[in-house]
Design a protein around this ligand. Structure first.
Ligand SMILES: C[S@@+](CC[C@H](N)C(=O)[O-])C[C@H]1O[C@@H](n2cnc3c(N)ncnc32)[C@H](O)[C@@H]1O
Length: 305
């Protein structure tokens, strides 16, 4: 370790180490450079969202950074787990092994208050199914400060983290956390239902990069075609949405499978400017009109499984 090194030189060294080790990104960053900047800024207490100054680092600062770099290289955990923090929709969230690392493209829609797809000001209540760290529910509460939000999950440890994150962002009074299996136990109707559910086909687990193996399997995998959770969300959405409400669902690459299985449904697929794919919007009246087709599809799935 040299007596003094510039921050930019240190970042360049880390980028080389990350690239040579073949690390996989995709848990909040897309490149070795972005991840190295985030790591260094977090460890040194610098503003993660600003351009990093090219300051000189003493040996203590270098050692602090080196220990996280070594852990990232040795353990192949997502950086967010090593730091205990991830960023979503411009906000920091505490995360741990019970919560998926936030990275949903739904952030873009939340940031825009769901414009032009709906006028969020006309809505009061929102349900986030499979809330994990609470990132989606809490970002909605922060960016739309009139909303009452409910986050549900089957993982009680994730819900504890969500509650902690809500307090951190001073929205705890407008957030409810429910231990629920999809809608089970939820009596109320909601104006907006949003979800980034598990949607990876089970067989993909065999080829997932090491980084993804540190995340809870129940947050990622959803049956042979990846649609097990999506099917349950769609089947009962109509009964849990208010009149004039909207379902907003992330399906990623599994969107193609749904379109193939239910081609007659007039889903809206917004184009996302900041990357990501497979976000579906369905208004309550569309779900109502196609209720029979959705039920039939669900029954066929049950029979063929
Ligand atoms: C893809 S993660 C999304 C987490 C968070 N919303 C995000 O975007 O980072 C899916 C979440 O659904 C939860 N989950 C899995 N099965 C569930 C079920 N049957 N009912 C409710 N939540 C479930 C998992 O525990 C996990 O937190």
């Amino acid at each position: 370790m040299s007596a003094s090194i510039s921050l930019h030189a240190l970042i360049a060294t880390i980028v080389k180490q990350f690239e040579q080790a073949g690390l996989v990104f995709g848990h909040g960053t897309a490149t070795a450079h972005d991840e190295a900047c985030w790591l260094v800024a977090h460890v040194l207490g610098l503003d993660v969202t600003a351009t990093l100054p090219d300051m000189a680092l003493d040996t203590a600062a270098q050692a602090a950074v080196a220990s996280v770099v070594e852990a990232r290289l040795a353990q192949r955990q997502p950086l967010a787990y090593l730091l205990g923090e991830a960023w979503f929709c411009g906000l920091p969230f505490r995360v741990n092994q019970h919560t998926l690392v936030p990275r949903s493209p739904l952030a873009e829609l939340i940031h825009e208050q769901f414009r032009p797809w709906l006028d969020a000001r006309e809505h009061q209540t929102l349900l986030d199914i499979g809330t994990g760290s609470g990132c989606i529910a809490i970002a909605c509460a922060v960016h739309m400060p009139w909303l009452e939000v409910t986050g549900s999950d089957i993982d009680a440890d994730a819900l504890s983290m969500a509650a902690e994150n809500a307090s951190r962002h001073s929205v705890a009074q407008r957030c409810n956390w429910c231990l629920a299996d999809v809608y089970d136990g939820l009596q109320q109707r909601f104006d907006i239902i949003i979800s980034n559910p598990p949607y990876v086909p089970d067989a993909a687990a065999a080829t997932m990069p090491e980084e993804y193996r540190h995340e809870p399997a129940h947050a990622l995998y959803s049956g042979t075609d990846g649609l097990q959770h999506v099917a349950r969300i769609l089947l009962h959405a109509r009964e849990h949405l208010s009149a004039g409400g909207m379902l907003i669902l992330e399906l990623g690459e599994t969107a193609a499978e749904l379109q193939q299985q239910l081609p007659e449904l007039p889903w809206i697929w917004p184009e996302l400017e900041h990357g990501g794919e497979g976000v579906l919007l369905a208004a309550a009246d569309v779900l109502q009109r196609h209720d029979h087709a959705i039920k039939q599809w669900y029954q066929q799935r049950l029979q063929s499984s």
